[in-house]
Structure formats: C-alpha cells, structure tokens
Design a protein around this ligand. Sequence first.
Ligand SMILES: N[C@@H](CCC(=O)N[C@@H](CS)C(=O)NCC(=O)O)C(=O)O
Length: 233
Amino acid sequence: MAGIPKLHYFSGRGRAETTRWMLAINQIEFKNVAIKDANMLAELRNSGKLPFDQMPLLEIDGSNLSQSSAMVRYLARRGNFYGDNNNDALWCDMIAGVVADFAEAAMQAAFQSTRQVVESILTERFNKFGPCFEQRLIDNGSGYCAGKYLTFADVLLVEALNSYLEWIPNLLRNFPQLTELYNRIMDQPGIVNYLKSAERYPNAGSDYVIDVARVLERKLPAHIPNPNRFIKI
Ligand SMILES: N[C@@H](CCC(=O)N[C@@H](CS)C(=O)NCC(=O)O)C(=O)O
C-alpha cells in the first residue's frame, strides 16, 4: 500500500501550490511535509528521493515525483484532466506554459519590498495576459480553456488568478468569461475542501521569505532586517 501522498516543501505555497490544487481537483487526500530548516533539507537530500536535488517532492503511488510541471501533468492524466485529444492536450500545455509565466509574479510577491511594488507588477502582468485569457475563453466557446471540459489548464489559471485576487480584489471586474471560469473552478468540491483544509497555507508574507532563506541558508532581500543572518561564514 502506497499510503497517503506526501508533499515535501517549505511551509508555504510557492512551487508546490499547483500540485496541491491538482491533488484537490482529483479529490486525493494528501499531507504537507514542511521542511523547516537546513537539517531537514539535508536529510531529504540524503534520502535519495530527490532526483534533481530540488523540492517540491511528491510521494504518490509508490513513486517520488520531482518538477512541479511533471506532478501537475501526472495528476492531470490520472484524473482525466488533459482533454479528449492531441489538440486539447496541446492547448492545455500552451496555457500551462503561459500561466507559469503569469503566475511567477504572484509567487515572487512576498519577496518584494512594498505592497505598491507588488500591485504595480501584478497589474502590469495582468494587463498583458488577462485579455489573452479572456479571448481564449471566447474563442474556445466551451467555458473552459481547452476542449469541452475542465482540464488542468483551467485549474492552473484559476490558481494563479486566486493569488492575484488576494492582492487586487477587483481584478476581474471587466472580464466576464474569466469570472465565470474562476467561479466554476472555485466551486469544485475538491477545491472547496482543500481551500478550507489545514493543508492550505496563507498568502506568503515576510515569515515565508525568512523561512525559505533559513532552509536554503541564503541571503534575504535587502529590505528585511539582518539580510545575511542565515549565511554560514
Ligand atoms: N522547476 C522546478 C523548480 C524547483 C526549485 O527551484 N526548487 C527550489 C525551491 S522552490 C529548490 O529546491 N532549491 C534548492 C536547490 O535547488 O538547491 C519545479 O517547479 O519543481
């Protein structure tokens, strides 16, 4: 028996969050394993479970999965969230690619110096990509990004929008198709349950940034006091 899937990562959303949403849409129960310091990371590195020496790590179905994009696609195939044919799959992959570009700014938000900086970066990214996402939904005509049904592309897009909305709540006011998609995905039972569960981390703040620096023994952004505190000398 493989047991309940385990997701090893820092104590936050970061690059593990898309996998959590894909576990959620599949209604697969899972546990976060929070890596809290350099010793825990060293132990994980020595376990032989990280083929590329990176987190996140997803232990599922007796395998150790690396690379969040591979985890997402594994879970998309497992739950039939990859469309009906090659063309749907191509659109899923194209949208997953652009959503990764779009989502990066929200993932980096906690590392920025002020709220104004974050809002200005996110607004610029949304102004670039938001109209393309809206147009894609109009062109596809099914209410979803790719093919006729819900796919992992929809889940990734809504996960990214959810992060943006935490900073800019009225972001979607002139985007009716995106709003409809957003509400539809947010109403999925697995997503509803995940978002109110103990496995959902809050929007990252400076605590998360400090956590990451402590685990990786890296420099903090200059605006955080004592930025070299975790560097070994
Ligand atoms: N493309 C990878 C990126 C993985 C990645 O950069 N992981 C970072 C933490 S977010 C890491 O493990 N850094 C430590 C290291 O590379 O030594 C993914 O999405 O899984």
